[in-house]
Ligand binder design. Sequence first.
Ligand code: FES
Length: 79
Amino acid sequence: MAEPQVAQKAPYIYKPEKDEKVAWCACGMSKSQPFCDGSHRGSEFRPIVLDVQAGKTCAFCGCKQTGNAPMCDGTHSML
Ligand code: FES
């Protein structure tokens, strides 16, 4: 299995202003981190689509190595 690219060695903090559906980038190649921009096309990676709630802060994984995708689990601190 291919390794995802490390987008950044820190989580992306995101606080939605409204309830919405987002697609977290799993490949690390998106230019719109932490969200998918379609750059994974042609790879084995697929985004993780999830619902987020207004006002609820999310810490999305930036290193793409988390064991708790799409959320940060602190793995970036060991890279
Ligand atoms: S651009 Fe990374 S999963 Fe879509």
